[in-house]
Write a protein that binds this ligand. Sequence first.
Ligand code: SDX
Length: 386
Amino acid sequence: QTGLTALDYGFVNTASTQSEITYIDGNQGILRYRGYPIEQLAENSTYLEVAWLLIYGSLPTADQLGEFDEKIRRHTLLHEDLKRFFSALPHTAHPMSVLSSAVSALSTYYEGSDPDDVELTMVRLLAKLPVIAAYAHKKSIGQAFLYPDNSLSFVDNFLRLNFGNMAEPYQIDPTLSKALDRLLILHEDHEQNASTSTVRLVGSTGANLYSSISAGIQALSGPLHGGANEAVLQMLAQIRDSGEGVGKFVERVKRKEDGVKLMGFGHRVYKNYDPRAKLVKESADEVLAGLGVADPLLDIAKELEQFALQDEYFKERRLYPNVDFYTGVIYKAMGFPTRMFTVLFAIGRLPGWMAHWREMNLDPQTKIGRPQQLYVGEPERQYPGL
Ligand code: SDX
């Protein structure tokens, strides 16, 4: 009735959607964190240095980074009661469900502490999310939980918690550490995607940071969002096992048979190659060679990409590989089970979620988020018999 279309509507209050954190140009394939090109950060920085950059707006000094790293190391332990939380869950529980539930439970241990101490909460989440993630992994494979070793770097501590065990010392693999740190950097923020918008919307109601992050994890778990990295591996394995070949699979996608999609392709914003996908693809060759792993799924992925990029159907719809297309092959080569892939995405994205939550809550203009609806239902009508 109003003559307006849905495109005329968005968040009622623009203050709840403006941000200084990340810039994306979807047509040019540009991604910058606080002005720094993602390519430069991926090559030269670390996950914790970029986390500080996203949260506080500038690169940390050596002292600031050292202190930040030290604080995080000192907060890796979970309350012993919280460790028992995992025994209440089935070993078949999806690690993303475990992660979200445990983060929500984590807040119950700090309700008494200063709820406004956002800085300490961010340190606690950065320190404890990887531990919770590793425990979800160990739970799913029936192995004992290890205690964090705070003499190790952030990434090495995480790798040891996942792949170390009580029976033998864990060997640090520098190839693995560098590759994982780089992948985490590539996931740290991406403007106001579905999960970040969820964190902002929940945070705009005054809910605490733990609750907002727990909601963000659930939003990320969907196969159209972060869950796509897991879905890509399932798709590649299905092409391998069915023997249908890449060509036949692509034809099924074009016919939209049973809603099949080319997972890891397409994007709400990028209508060009996702700059992260380019960097991940380069890593894939390096990491697999460095680990001495030859995986036919990587060859299938490359063949699939070649096929799609030359096909009119994908070209006219401007569908290119996104960040999720090649990451799973690397995570698999590292030894992570497929269902842990989106958990790795969540650990990567945590700094971005927190940076957006903090930025929004620091802005006095921010009001509670309230997406405006365009009503297209029935006009007023009378109850029968009145
Ligand atoms: C992430 O927002 C972010 O920034 C997210 C993210 C981040 O860092 O936070 O980048 C992370 O979530 C990346 C996306 C991961 N998801 C997938 O890889 C799942 C597969 N891709 C899609 O389902 C899809 O591309 C979306 C969900 C990502 C985007 O969906 P849109 O916006 O609805 O796609 P579109 O409007 O661009 O589609 C236009 C056309 C349609 O065809 P027609 O109906 O016009 O004939 O392209 C088709 C779509 O059906 N299409 C696909 C496709 N994606 C879109 N066809 C086959 N395979 C696909 N993957």
